[in-house]
Ligand binder design. Structure first.
Ligand code: F6P
Length: 544
């Protein structure tokens, strides 16, 4: 329960006073005054290196942020999560994605039951199924082996699987084709199956609740498509559909044999579920060993988050740096800029993780906050973004802290490509931090009327995360890093990072509007005048 807003705490107020001085500092001066800053302000976690020196922070900032973690009880909150306490009070649930990667033989209790054996039982069932699909012993209705795997899911039941598939594509079984269908827009389904042979296609219906309208609509359409292609023989469904869900009753009602259901639990939030059974497509793509490496990466970051002191704790520190940038330096967003094309869906994945978690306006205790909570996460892979929105980050009026992510080795070493990619990530972080002064511009004999246009003010904060190479274990570390950054932010802002009531209203209204769009006769519309007019116009234009 909230004991008052964090903004009333001594460390928060001290940070506010400190910020008035810190805003006058420039990264040029901070680096000039401390030749070791770029070595000191780093964290060397095994296999992942963080340079946070290009943030607008001093040792005093870090000391005060450390004090804030104490006042907010961050380590107590971390322990409560790992212990299985019900830290999601509005849904009366434990929050135990960390149990999904707990080693076999360990114990985490929820309501008097050790949940770890159940986690491993599901992983074993997934591995057995994966072997059967990959070695061809799982056959479709006509006896053909599976060549195509289509995952239906949305939000956490889609973004994690598709992001992981794209990120680790180099490690996937190329004889299998993977497609991910999320949108209720029929075009998503139509384009995904248009070149697939139904006899060789397996559908995974991934939905924690098994009630989500988008997923269930796509799954029903797929069932019709399959049965139609199998000359109306309904018995084909059991060979071509499996489910991932917590809801066995509705899975059975859909016609999927619950023997072919991979379960998980209400203590796994959708956006924290990619390494649960929701990762079935990931395991099919990588194989059980690859999936195991992914879990090991998660686990390594979990151990680090739970045990490392604040100044050496990568997720805690990055979480606090984002609090500093948002609440004390006025940033509204974080750009996540992976210099790795395989990570192209990583920003989209992070959007749900961070914004569905911390896009809240009341504290855990239900009190309206008087400070900003989650920044907007967004991004694109480099170097593409450089030729698009980086202009604003360099010379616009807004402060946009950036997280750069890069790998020393390419999975596709071709010519100079990778060195050019890496040169760009180094250059961007450097340019953002140090900019280019008017004197430097003038020294280049730039015409006087262009000088102000060519000045780069610099002082734009960034983190740089580097690793040797993209691997399944590395992806596990990276995802767990951002999960725990999100946890840290939520702990400081004192919000419930694990519910998502804000998605409900739109769902309810859509249920009311759908029949109004579908009805043959003119419906009596009683919405606001704007919504009424839009519905009328859509009805008019959708007529044949
Ligand atoms: O509507 C939001 C949401 O509940 C997300 O939190 C969740 O990841 C997504 O929908 C999908 O839910 P489900 O897995 O139950 O279909």
């Amino acid at each position: 329960m909230s004991k008052g807003l964090v903004s009333k705490r001594a460390a928060w107020k001290a940070l506010g006073r400190h910020a008035t001085k810190a805003r006058a500092l420039h990264l040029r001066g901070l680096f000039a005054n401390d030749p070791h800053r770029g070595r000191r302000m780093t964290i060397d976690f095994p296999g992942l290196y963080l340079d946070y020196s290009k943030n607008r922070v001093t040792d005093e900032t870090l000391r005060l942020l450390g004090a804030l973690t104490k006042e907010c009880g961050l380590s107590k909150k971390i322990n409560a999560m790992f212990r299985g306490d019900k830290i999601n009070p509005t849904e009366k649930r434990a929050v135990l994605h960390v149990a999904l990667r707990a080693p076999r033989g360990t114990s985490i209790m929820v309501d008097g039951v050790n949940v770890v054996p159940g986690v491993h039982a599901v992983l074993d069932k997934m591995a057995d199924f994966t072997h059967r699909v990959r070695n061809g012993s799982w056959k479709g209705h006509t006896g053909r082996p599976i060549r195509n795997i289509v995952n239906f899911g949305i939000g956490g039941s889609d973004l994690g699987p598709v992001m992981a598939y794209e990120a680790l594509r180099a490690y996937t079984e190329r004889a299998l084709r993977f497609r991910f269908v999320s949108n209720v827009d029929g075009s998503d389904f139509a384009e995904a199956v248009r070149d697939l042979n139904p006899a060789e296609t397996l559908f995974i219906v991934s939905s924690k609740t098994f009630t989500t309208v988008e997923t269930m609509t796509n799954a029903k359409t797929a069932r019709d498509w399959l049965v139609q292609n199998m000359k109306g023989d309904e018995s084909c469904v059991s060979k071509h559909f499996v489910a991932v869900s917590t809801n066995a009753k509705d899975v059975a009602a859909f016609g999927i044999d619950t023997d072919n259901m991979f379960g998980f639990w209400d203590w796994v939030g959708g956006r924290y579920s990619m390494e649960s059974a929701i990762g079935l497509s990931t395991m099919l793509a990588l194989g059980p060993n690859g999936f195991q490496s992914l879990l090991e990466g998660f686990r390594a970051m979990d151990d680090h988050f739970r045990t490392a002191p604040f100044h050496k704790n990568m997720p805690a520190l990055m979480g606090l740096l984002s609090v500093w940038n948002v609440n004390f330096l006025g940033a509204h967003s974080v750009a996540v800029l992976p210099y790795d094309n395989y990570l192209k869906r990583f920003p989209a994945y992070l959007q749900q993780l961070t914004m569905e978690s911390n896009g809240k306006s009341v504290t855990v205790g239900g009190v309206l906050v008087d400070y900003d909570t989650s920044p907007i996460y967004w991004g694109e892979p480099g170097t593409n973004g450089q030729h698009s929105f980086y202009q604003l980050i360099h010379q616009g009026t807004r402060l946009v802290p950036c997280d750069f992510i890069a790998f020393a080795k390419s999975l596709n070493p071709i010519g100079r490509h990778h060195d050019l990619l890496l040169a760009n990530v180094c250059a961007q972080a450097q340019a953002l931090a140090f900019g280019k002064t008017a004197a430097e511009v003038k020294a280049e004999k730039v015409p006087a009327d262009l000088v102000t246009h060519k000045v780069f003010l610099g002082n734009r904060p960034s983190n740089t995360l580097i690793a040797e190479m993209m691997t399944p274990a590395l992806l596990g570390k990276l995802v767990a890093l951002y999960e725990h950054i999100t946890f840290t932010q939520g702990a400081v802002w004192d919000v419930n990072s694990f519910d998502q009531w804000g998605v409900e209203l739109g769902k309810v209204l859509a249920q009311r509007i759908a029949p109004e769009l579908e009805s043959e006769s003119e419906p009596a519309l009683s919405h606001d005048s704007s919504t009424n007019e839009i519905i009328r116009r859509l009805r008019e234009w959708k007529k044949d």
